[in-house]
Ligand binder design. Structure first.
Ligand code: NI
Length: 391
């Protein structure tokens, strides 16, 4: 354990460097599938450490590989690096310099943390048994996501275990959140186009009012979760957009409804999709409208593997103490780390970043989102300890 302690101390010494790197990413965020400078900065950093780097993985991903001095497992660690189309409204000197784009989910924190861990591991490479694969992933925020493309391009080849972390504003800084089993939901997107027949607002009987049909449909869709899904299962059907009509005295000829479905079980997921299609057909038939349903599957359920999540828990308890290891509820949010866990054993965990004293109180994807940067040390130390404690 002395070795790990030394490594953690080295990471602490590098903290100012991590903060600098994170703030630079924060000031110059890049949207999903449009990352250009961020992967370059990551590759440069890894190259300076003497870590073998492959760029353009699956499109825009960066993978570093560090060979230890002794034989052993190949362990992968993953960080994502894309930002969101949100205007930064924080008043800090490292506020985003790119209008309408912001690191509002903490992916800058993930990337800087993993680079910190890579720096320390490269210093101690003679002590490492096996290999460490550093996966820097583009486009987590936008379906189909970067993970699936990086996997297709071989980033998991030969990997025995994988770990990933998310800084979590809802947990206080200094804590670690562990969720065994199913931790995050599958997320799908749907768009329903209702085709009616427009006309004069005073002559409804010769039209098919798409706006009215849409209202009936939105109400009906809400009965899927309340009346069709087993109450002991979880599901969300959210309608987030409804566009219809152009003038107050004209009946709308078409309407478009958009929404998302979140589930934790593949059977429930299939059933909800089928219900949406059936209800759309039925409601439109009643009122003489037609419909086109586009249903797009997003990320699958993120399910932690039993042994790896136990290892995460053990490392977390050693690092922050039993009372600071929290067991949050699973989240209906989604995360494309789920794809890695479908290929190799591994686990995803949460690291507290909330801190009222510095105003880090806003939820993820909020224009004032920020976290306590010291969470980078916790993430980095967790990564170090996961690598140095093979199962
Ligand atoms: Ni995120």
């Amino acid at each position: 354990m002395d070795l790990l302690r030394n490594m953690c101390e080295r990471l602490e010494q590098r903290y100012p460097e991590l903060v600098r790197f994170r703030r630079d990413l924060h000031m110059y965020p890049e949207l999903s599938f449009r990352e250009v400078e961020t992967p370059k900065k990551i590759a440069e950093y890894l190259t300076r450490l003497g870590i073998g780097v492959r760029t353009g993985v699956g499109g825009r991903g960066v993978v570093g590989t560090l060979k230890g001095a002794k034989p052993g497992k190949r362990i992968a660690l993953r960080a994502d690096f894309d930002a969101l189309p949100i205007q930064d409204e924080k008043e800090v000197e490292y506020k985003s310099r790119v209008p309408g784009v912001m690191h509002a989910c903490g992916h800058d924190i993930h990337t800087a943390s993993l680079l910190g861990a890579a720096a320390v591991l490269s210093e101690f490479r003679h002590e490492i048994a096996g290999e460490v694969v550093f996966i820097f992933q583009f486009a987590e925020e936008e379906v189909p996501g970067g993970a699936i493309h990086m996997i297709e391009d071989g980033c998991l080849d030969g990997v025995d275990e994988i770990y990933g972390a998310h800084v979590w504003a809802h947990l206080p800084v200094g804590t670690i959140g562990v969720i065994p089993g199913r931790a995050m939901a599958a997320g799908d997107r749907f768009e329903i186009e209702i085709i009616g027949r427009g006309g004069h607002g005073a002559k409804p009987h010769v039209t098919v009012d798409a706006l009215f049909v849409g209202c009936q449909l939105v109400n009906s869709l809400q009965s899927i979760v309340s009346r069709q899904v087993d109450p002991l299962q979880s599901a969300v059907v959210t309608v987030g957009t409804f566009h219809a009509g152009k003038a107050y005295n004209v009946i709308a000829g078409d309407a478009v409804i958009g929404g998302t479905v979140r589930t934790f079980d593949e059977d429930v997921r299939n059933a909800v999709e089928a219900s949406i299609r059936k209800m759309t057909d039925a409601v439109c038939t009643i009122y003489g409208a037609q419909a086109v349903v586009r249903y797009e599957r997003g990320y699958p359920v993120l399910e932690n593997h039993p042994e790896p999540i136990r290892k995460v828990e053990q490392c977390a308890v050693r690092l922050v103490g039993e009372e600071k290891v929290l067991r949050p509820q699973p989240s209906m949010g989604m995360e494309d780390f789920a794809y890695y866990l479908r290929k190799v054993p591994g686990a995803f965990f949460y690291v507290g970043g909330g801190n009222e004293q510095i105003g880090a109180v806003y939820p993820h994807h909020h224009p004032k989102f920020d976290v306590d940067e010291s969470a980078m040390l916790t993430i980095g130390k967790m990564f170090l300890s996961l690598v140095m404690n093979p199962q």
